[in-house]
Design a protein around this ligand. Sequence first.
Ligand code: COD
Ligand code: ZN
Length: 365
Amino acid sequence: MSTAGKVIKCKAAVLWELKKPFSIEEVEVAPPKAHEVRIKMVATGICRSDDHVVNGFLVTRLPVILGHEAAGIVESVGEGVTTVRPGDKVIPLFVPQCGKCNICKHPEANLFMRLSYTLLFTCRGKPIRHFLGTSTFSQYTVVDEMSVAKIHADSPLEKVCLIGCGFSTGYGSAVKVAKVTQGSTCAVFGLGGVGLSVIMGCKAAGAARIIAVDINKDKFARAKQVGATECINPQDYEKPIEEVLREVSGGGVDFSFEVIGRLDTMMSALLCCQEAYGVSIIVGVPPNAQNISMNPMLLLTGRTWKGAVFGGFKSKESVPKLVTDFMAKKFPLDQLITHVLPFEKINEGFDLLRSGKSVRTILTF
Ligand code: COD
Ligand code: ZN
């Protein structure tokens, strides 16, 4: 029997309070209104940013259904929806692309807009908040049409869900934001799932040397597997890591990436790039409301310092292409997936992330 037009009762992981485990609850999911799409979730990744909400580092109103890195199948669509149909495989987009605003029309920019949904989910009679316009920790979710991309009908959803956040954020930072060049030397600070994806991007762009930097040496084997040519642990040196990197690169790297989310490493990444032409990219999300004080001379000499969300990709047009590139084996995703768990074990998945044991855990529905 068709569920279109009806409220769906299903399971979702609700966060009622900060720093508490998720609770698997029965929720009610409203039918999609005009220009909205209801999706049956198939797989969702657990991203550091979801955990940043749980620990209060990223501020969102509660109770909420988190999750923003996923893939699923369209269940039904609201009036006026033209770009997806029931049965299509899709990836929800936490960075929507409307195609009409100044940001979307700019050739180099992507849109980062907070859509406000209020009454899509209810649980025990209470409204539950949406997160980043996606809320993928639920068997069904509703998103705006500008927050969903149709992908190839044969794509493996339990893998390509990573294209919804972590992979694209890292890979795009290298190929699209930095525009890494053939034969260049790159330094990547932080070897989580996003940092590893930066390495894949540097490799795809033809970098000759990719220097991976992390204080956890257990991350080095996987970094080498995906393309790092050297690995450095800052704790093995007396002098600051930027000096070490300037020395080993003969005066400074061409491209550096901060993929940790710390102010001190953002500064080190800037300082390790070549003073006259180095490019440094901020990928990690910094702690809420903190500032860096810096000497403008560092930029006056010729360095470039930039950042972007979602690897600078325009989401709705780029995600389907990234999926076909993955299917054409242009980059791997398997090395990023360390654990696969049933959705109900979401709290176990978060524990793995917090203990540093996982790169990415995929929850399957
Ligand atoms: N020096 C070197 N390495 C360090 C240091 C240090 N001082 N401190 C920690 N590290 C290492 C850790 O050992 C770890 O290996 C790595 O840094 C960080 O990895 P993870 O697993 O915590 O993080 P990731 O790869 O999942 O990436 C998360 C970011 C930190 C980049 C996070 O800010 C993010 O997801 N950014 C994406 C930006 C974005 O668009 N966000 C919006 C939605 S997600
Ligand atoms: Zn994310």
